[in-house]
Design a protein around this ligand. Structure first.
Ligand code: NAD
Length: 509
């Protein structure tokens, strides 16, 4: 049965911060209908007009940054610096990218046909909006993964209905309010509150679903969308490996590892979730990572801290379960390894684990927490084999001073993106395509494909000469079918003798 209300709690204090009515199936249908009406007018606006509104939205978000920061920290339990750095900074840059580049990404393309007889036609491929895009998103970046995904959809001429996570719906609501105040047409960007049932209803009415979330829900979303044959893009989980080669700059590698694994308390789809280090530098690397991890300050958002808490109790329990299972099977905790006893909310201590292997869940399943499992490997091939031994393939990183070698290795990693001597940055370059392989999903966000996915391609072909009839038209005769065969030989056969024979036959016919 569908929920009637959604209760939102601050995961740092466990206090209730909001209770909102949940959208029922009939509300979702009505929202999509309103969106469809708004879209009919919106698709007639120019890219310039859309971009102008995007810039106004950006100013609104910046002017109301304090309010937005409070909402985001309250619903996620993250520190302010992280909220501004990871969410607002990303969104403001993304607005610049979509405002400037959308027209180019969706420019109509003139096509020169390969077949000589078709060269006389004018052929143009165009992009058209799909209609109403349903965005279903998770809780780990409540603004980036809602409003951020809506930007290219709207720039492409669509209306958007967002179903944010039931754990963190407030910043999406705030973002939609800002969009309305910035002048976006009424109902072009709507937010519906609810859990999975509300998401299911959205799949039953929208023209496309852009889903970000877990693999398991992604499969259900695709099944439901298959009933209406609507397209989906699926941005799912990851178990991102980091490879540290023996020639790496260990100081940079250790710093990137701690940042890449602990940012947002490890609750990022592209977090570093497992680390493979060549034996000669293993101990030095581990020592540095442990030292840096011990220096991480954890606590409530208003204090000067580096990381906050898990966004839900379920997430806290999942991490606890993975670490406990690993320890029971022989893993050693070098720092952390438990719920933070000093803090009230869902805080798990930043943790470094060693003596682990791929039979443990902490190495095979997505953790989504502040856990750094480090494995010693004999050589590069072992590192590569283990890195690719995963059902996920979202992102990866390699550390080496030999950038040519690292590049070759990057090409062999089964991963949607690879950072060399860096971590996490692939998400924050909205001009570069980002997507997963294997069970990390398909479809891209960012770059040209990140907006084209919200469009239908239409090819328009124009006859230039206006002849009374064309060669393949009726009536079909024996002579015509012979001529077609000769023409095929003339144009397509690789042997010159065949070509000449076909030409002669054609001239005689
Ligand atoms: P989730 O799959 O539990 O939920 C995601 C969204 O789907 C929520 O809004 C939820 O209400 C909705 N939902 C649940 N059941 C549904 C159904 N049957 N039909 C339609 N909607 C339904 O994921 P989560 O726990 O909120 O988020 C964490 C996951 O998101 C992690 O696996 C993480 O890796 C992934 N993620 C991926 C990316 C990426 O870009 N690849 C980015 C961020 C997060």
């Amino acid at each position: 049965m569908s929920l009637q209300t959604i209760v939102v709690r601050n995961p740092a204090t466990l206090e209730k911060i909001a209770e909102l009515p949940a959208a029922q199936a009939v509300d979702v249908a009505a929202a999509v209908k309103r969106g469809r009406e708004a879209q009919a007018l919106w698709q007639k606006t120019s890219f310039g007009e859309r971009a102008k509104l995007l810039y106004r939205l950006r100013d609104f978000l910046l002017d109301r940054g304090d309010e937005l920061g409070d909402i985001l920290t309250a619903e996620t339990g993250r520190p302010k610096a992280e909220v501004y750095g990871a969410e607002l900074f990303y969104l403001c840059d993304a607005i610049g990218v979509w405002a400037k580049k959308s027209a180019g990404y969706l420019r109509s393309e003139k096509i020169r046909p390969h077949f000589p007889l078709m060269k006389f036609k004018k052929v143009v491929s165009t992009y058209e909006p799909r209609g109403v895009i349903g965005i279903i998103s998770p809780w780990n970046f409540p603004l980036t993964l809602t409003l951020g995904e809506a930007l290219p959809a709207m720039m492409a001429g669509n209306a958007v209905v967002i179903k944010p996570s039931e754990l963190t719906p407030l910043s999406a609501v705030f973002g939609a309010e800002c969009a309305a105040k910035a002048g976006f047409p009424e109902n072009l960007l709507q937010v519906i509150i609810g859990d999975g049932a509300t998401g299911t209803a959205l799949i039953d009415h929208a023209d496309m679903i852009a889903f970000t979330g877990s693999v398991e829900t992604g499969k259900r979303v695709m099944q439901r969308a298959a009933e209406r044959l609507i397209p989906v893009s699926l941005e799912l989980g990851g178990k991102d490996p980091m490879i540290v080669l023996k020639d790496a700059d260990l100081e940079r590698a250790a710093g990137a590892c701690v940042w890449g694994a602990l940012m947002n308390s490890g609750q990022a789809c592209t977090s570093i979730e497992r680390v493979y280090v060549e034996a000669p530098v293993y101990q030095q690397f581990v020592d540095r990572v442990v030292e840096k991890t011990r220096a991480i300050r954890q606590g409530p958002s208003d204090d000067e801290v580096d990381i906050g808490c898990m966004t839900s109790e379920a997430q806290l329990n999942k991490i606890t379960g993975q670490v406990d299972e690993a320890v029971a099977n022989g893993a050693r905790v070098l720092t952390g390894g438990q719920r933070n006893p000093r803090l009230r909310g869902y805080y798990y201590e930043p943790t470094v684990l060693v003596d682990i292997d791929h039979t443990m869940n902490v190495m095979s399943e997505e953790t989504f927490g502040p856990i750094i499992p480090v494995v010693k490997v004999n050589n590069v091939e072992d590192a590569l084999r283990l890195a690719n031994d995963s059902r996920y393939g979202l992102s990866a990183s390699i550390f080496s001073r030999d950038s040519a070698f690292a590049w070759q290795l990057a090409r062999r990693l089964q991963s949607g993106s690879v950072c060399i001597n860096d971590a996490l940055v692939n998400y924050i370059i909205p001009d570069a395509p980002m997507g997963g392989r294997k069970q990390s999903g398909f479809g891209y966000r960012h770059g040209a494909d990140g907006i084209r996915k919200f469009c239908q391609q239409k090819t328009i072909i124009v006859d230039r000469f206006g002849l009374k009839e064309e060669f393949p038209w009726y009536p079909s005769t024996k002579k015509k079918s012979e001529q077609i065969r000769h023409l095929l030989n003339l144009l397509c056969h690789t042997g010159w003798r065949h070509k000449l024979r076909a030409l002669g036959a054609l001239m005689r016919s």
